[in-house]
Design a protein around this ligand. Structure first.
Ligand code: IDP
Ligand code: MG
Length: 149
């Protein structure tokens, strides 16, 4: 089963949306296999968002993502990377479909509540930035047989 990295950004934490975001993924049937509440250091933030280094919004993005605690998570399930991206909605929340996390909970592109890996390669990279293998718990939910045929 595929793994993806999902983070609730400082805006989501400050606005009390941790539970709602987690509920959506739990209700969908994905399995939470790692989670921590943490501050991102500048160094970690710049590494995580390395692909955007040359973008005009990079400094603002790093400043924002380090401005408060985030919730870093790993979720597992069938096609988890693309399915979670779908549940997050488009980067710009006003373009994101209603029913998605960003579509329902956000307005501004710079305050879009969640980060999620955009490919299985970036998922691997991001998971390894945030978690050690020991922190990932591949437990067996009893409900599994009711989710997958
Ligand atoms: P994603 O989060 O949907 O993968 P990316 O293009 O990877 O979107 O951008 C990373 C983050 O950078 C976005 O979630 C958003 O918060 C911020 N961002 C992207 N484009 C802009 C922009 O044009 N202005 C301000 N912030 C942006
Ligand atoms: Mg991205």
């Amino acid at each position: 089963m595929e793994r993806t990295f999902l983070a609730i950004k400082p805006d989501g934490v400050q606005r009390g949306l941790i539970g709602k975001v987690i509920s959506r993924l739990e209700e969908k049937g994905f399995k939470l296999i790692a989670m921590k509440l943490m501050y991102l250091t500048n160094e970690l933030a710049e590494k995580h968002y390395g692909e955007h280094k040359s973008k005009p919004f990079f400094n603002g993005l790093v400043g924002f993502i380090t401005s408060g605690p985030i919730v870093a998570m790993v979720w597992q399930g069938k096609d988890a990377v693309s399915a979670v991206r779908k549940m997050m909605g488009k980067t710009n929340p006003l373009e994101a479909e209603i029913g998605t996390i960003r579509g329902d909970f956000a307005i501004d592109i710079g305050r879009n509540v969640v980060h999620g890996s955009d490919s299985s390669e970036s998922a691997k990279r991001e998971i390894s930035i945030f978690f050690t293998e020991k922190e990932i718990i591949d437990w067996k939910p009893e409900i599994q047989k009711w989710l997958y045929e």
